[in-house]
Design a protein around this ligand. Structure first.
Ligand code: 147
Length: 640
């Protein structure tokens, strides 16, 4: 076999200098929230649920996150779902709702050193008469911190309003409220929006003293590019800690090059000392927005199927080799040969002042490069362990591989780096890669039913994914015993994005011909709906859903509706039946058989229509805005 010698490569010298200055590293993390993206993980069976959590949080095993940023629920949609509030109304308080407390506990159980960061996307509408930047909102955050304390969780960082700008005096009020209520150690991040906050922090000392870190979203460009992470001079000269407090929004595998660039270049270009991937896990059904974004895919609690993404392994190339509190070595961080296309490297020094790790990414390189590394400035000259991830490979066996151990000679060693890879050179040990895998995909089998009786009050019914409002287990009303699902938001929320009626979805998008039935009880004048064949859901412009609905009002007015993501709602049939009233139970059913849709109220067929718009999809519940209706005895039976 004839071989051709590669053209001679000039070696590039890199000095890893422990005497270099540099900022303190705060960590790499990910976001649960903004929103709903962790919903189905909670419903996963064991042992798969624990395996996924291990891959996300266990040190030396997977993504091994340093920071978990969790949504502070607001009963309103925050991208891929709504997360429940700890205070649906002013007089209400329940510290056990939703899945973020559970997730933070699970993260802490695996890594007691993990840092926690809370941020709100929206809020219940009683707050500030609909004004987020209010004293009510400060108190809402204080009560959330009180809940965290009840859970034994100490919160390290707190933000304001996700991507909705900032209010200087509100941040100052928040700081003094934290200080005055025993939360002086909770650091404020501003403003989880763009860099404009840096100008005000730079010019207003009172604002500056309230804020610990400037956290900006997508500072290297939205989603896949992550190429240039330069920051405005006001941010640099503010002297504040700078973070990429949200980044990512990319597929759990396909986002890996952007993650690799973003973590390194955020520091090199912008001196940003933390990187947060949005979101932590894609644990939603495939019809919802961003169904594969995250570090892992876990959309099917009914099958237990999950997949750990390349994003997780690229993140591990930094997280497993460093810790918050380590120091960047500025003189040993930059672009290979000064050329961005060759790739980048950052070096960090342990708090023991001896161990170090250098993370190299060659995402944009075209050919192999030879590096001559020199270790100096008091750093360990022990064996250098080399780990690498081939980001161009689709084979998980090529991710986070321990590829070499090098003994430096006279402080020096060489390394050839291939294009499209991440390498970590380290004197530390303890890294590892979990190998357990989950079962194959499967559908959620019909018939499916839920009496909603087997849950504690305040929890969410299995597989029921809130989109707007909050659907929660309560003791049934209307003289019925047992538990029911109730829509808990009695007012229009302070939204993060498009407002829609409260609704929640459940099931497999492949369901086609079936009958869905449920009992329903209105609590006020208004309507409730049974939804079927639900598919795509818009979050940012109309809040619309591809679906059919049977809507019933307290007056007895009913309709069969066809809605879509453009926000269009078409009435397919309508009529009036005996008034349903309030606090009385009724039964609803919708049957889908080919193009025939049949609506039944209290056992009587009220309408039958033909429509071919939606061939299949999930079931769901909806209410008019502010209607706290109850639902019971869900049943979905297969049809033909
Ligand atoms: C972010 C939100 O903070 C997340 O909750 C989630 O919605 C995520 C989805 O990509 O997006 O909001 C952004 C939306 C658009 C841009 C940046 C952030 N953008 O176009 O730069």
């Amino acid at each position: 076999v004839a071989t051709t010698a590669a053209p001679a490569q000039a070696a590039t010298s890199i000095t890893i200098n422990g005497a270099s200055g540099g900022r303190t590293f705060d960590g790499v993390g990910a976001i649960s929230g903004g929103g709903g993206n962790s919903r189905l993980l909670f419903d996963y069976p064991e042992p798969q649920r624990g395996q996924i959590l291990d891959y996300l949080f266990k040190p030396g095993y997977g993504a091994s996150l340093h920071i978990l940023k969790a949504e502070i629920g607001g009963d309103t949609n925050s991208t891929s779902g709504a997360e429940p509030s700890h205070q649906h109304t002013r007089s209400d308080l329940n510290c056990d709702r939703g899945y973020e407390w559970w997730l933070m506990e699970q993260a802490k159980a695996r890594n007691p050193g993990i840092k926690l960061y809370g941020l709100a996307w929206g809020a219940p509408g009683w707050i500030g008469g609909g004004n987020f930047w209010s004293a009510d909102m400060v108190n809402y955050l204080l009560s959330w911190l009180g809940c965290a304390k009840q859970h034994g969780l100490s919160i390290d960082y707190l933000g304001g309003w996700n991507e909705r700008g900032y209010n200087i005096s509100w941040y100052e009020q928040l700081r003094s409220a934290l200080d005055g209520n025993g939360y002086g150690n909770v650091k404020i991040v501003a403003a989880d929006s763009d860099w404009s906050v840096a100008n005000d922090i730079n010019s207003n000392p009172a604002f500056a003293s309230a804020v610990s870190a400037i956290g900006t979203h997508y500072p290297c460009g939205y989603r896949s590019s992550q190429s240039n992470c330069s920051v405005p001079s006001a941010a640099t000269s503010s002297g504040k800690t700078l973070w990429a407090s949200e980044n990512g929004s990319d597929d759990y595998n396909g986002g890996a090059p952007a993650v690799a660039r973003g973590i390194n270049r955020g520091y090199i270009d912008g001196r940003m000392t933390a990187y947060f991937n949005w979101p932590v896990v894609a644990s939603i059904t495939p019809n919802l927005p961003y169904p594969t974004m995250g570090l892992a895919l876990a959309p099917q609690p009914w099958s237990g199927h999950y997949a750990i993404g390349k994003n997780a392994w690229v993140m591990a190339q930094t997280s497993q080799f460093t810790a918050p509190g380590w120091h960047y070595l500025d003189a040993s961080s930059g672009y290979i040969g000064g050329n961005r296309n060759n790739g980048s490297y950052v070096s960090l020094k342990s708090t023991n002042n001896s161990d170090y790790s250098t993370v190299i990414e060659t995402m944009d390189a075209a050919s192999p490069q030879t590096l001559n590394l020199n270790v100096t400035g008091g750093l360990s000259t022990k064996t250098v362990h080399v780990w690498s991830t081939d980001v161009t490979s689709g084979n998980p066996a090529d991710y986070l591989v321990h590829t070499a151990d090098i003994t430096p000679s006279g402080g020096g060693f060489g390394l050839t780096v291939q294009p499209g890879r991440v390498y970590t050179l380290t004197t530390t040990t303890g890294q590892g890669k979990g190998t357990v895998t989950g079962p194959a995909q499967g559908t959620l089998k019909l018939p499916y039913s839920d009496s909603f009786d087997g849950y504690a009050a305040g929890t969410e019914a299995r597989y029921l994914m809130d989109w707007q409002g909050a659907f929660e287990e309560v003791g049934c009303g209307g003289g019925r015993s047992g538990r029911c699902v109730r829509q808990m938001s009695p007012q229009k929320p302070i939204t993060w994005d498009a407002l829609s009626d409260p609704h929640a979805l459940l099931g497999d998008v492949s369901w086609s011909n079936y009958t869905v039935s449920s009992d329903v009880m209105l609590e006020q004048a208004g309507y409730a709906e049974l939804i079927g064949r639900a598919g795509a859901q818009d979050y940012s412009s109309t809040g619309g859903l591809n679906a059919y609905h049977l809507r019933v009002s307290d007056t007895g007015a009913w309709s069969v509706l066809n809605s879509n993501t453009n926000g269009t709602v078409t009435t397919l049939a309508r009529g009036t039946t005996t008034a349903l009233g309030t606090n009385r139970w009724h039964s609803l059913a919708l049957t889908f058989s080919g193009t025939t849709i049949t609506a039944v109220i209290d056992g009587a067929t009220v309408g039958s229509v033909n429509d071919r718009t939606w061939a299949g999809g999930q079931i769901g519940y909806a209410t008019s805005q502010g209607e706290t209706a109850q639902f019971d005895n869900l049943s979905i039976t297969p049809g033909s």
